[in-house]
Write a protein that binds this ligand. Structure first.
Ligand SMILES: [Zn+2]
Length: 161
């Protein structure tokens, strides 16, 4: 039997088309980009997350001789460190490529490992996480729920079977 999993997302021609709440969280992510320190890749990534407790937290990617970590991963580590319990309602991910002759005007999407980490946070929260993906300018993608970005995902619940 052949089966199909469909994936649907929203596409906006620019951040100006976003609703006010989404635009605000994306602006926070864009403002965090200068705090990234990717000394090897020069690919600056930042996130901002609106939590169920009303707080907004940001993060960036880091690279040094002993660690290379994504902005999404750093956000989750920070949230685990600061909050006993948390639920991310919306996360925005954006970037700026500082390498010469590159553009940053397209949506960035989380890597596979970060999708898995965000999915586990979504599962723990028990409700879909809105994911906004953007560059410095240009199109913006929005997905309602990390689950749709990672079909047939590995689940912690497998351990209980
Ligand atoms: Zn990642």
């Amino acid at each position: 039997m052949q089966k199909t999993i469909q994936f649907s997302y929203e596409e906006y021609s620019s951040k100006e088309e976003l609703n006010a709440a989404d635009r605000e969280i994306l602006e926070q992510a864009l403002a965090a980009v200068p705090f990234a320190s990717p000394q090897f890749s020069h690919f600056h990534v930042a996130t901002a997350a609106r939590l169920a407790n009303g707080k907004i937290e940001t993060s960036t990617n880091k690279e040094n001789t002993s660690i290379i970590t994504c902005a999404e991963q750093n956000l989750l580590l920070h949230l685990h460190s600061v909050y006993h319990d948390f639920a991310i309602e919306t996360i925005a991910v954006t970037f700026k490529n500082m390498n010469p002759n590159t553009t940053s005007d397209f949506p960035i999407t989380p890597c596979g490992k970060c999708r898995q980490l965000l999915l586990e946070a979504e599962d723990k929260a028990g409700k879909p996480m809105r994911v906004i993906m953007a560059g410095q300018a240009g199109k913006v993608y929005v997905v309602n729920g990390v689950h749709s970005m990672l079909p047939l995902a590995y689940s912690e619940s497998f351990l209980q079977h």
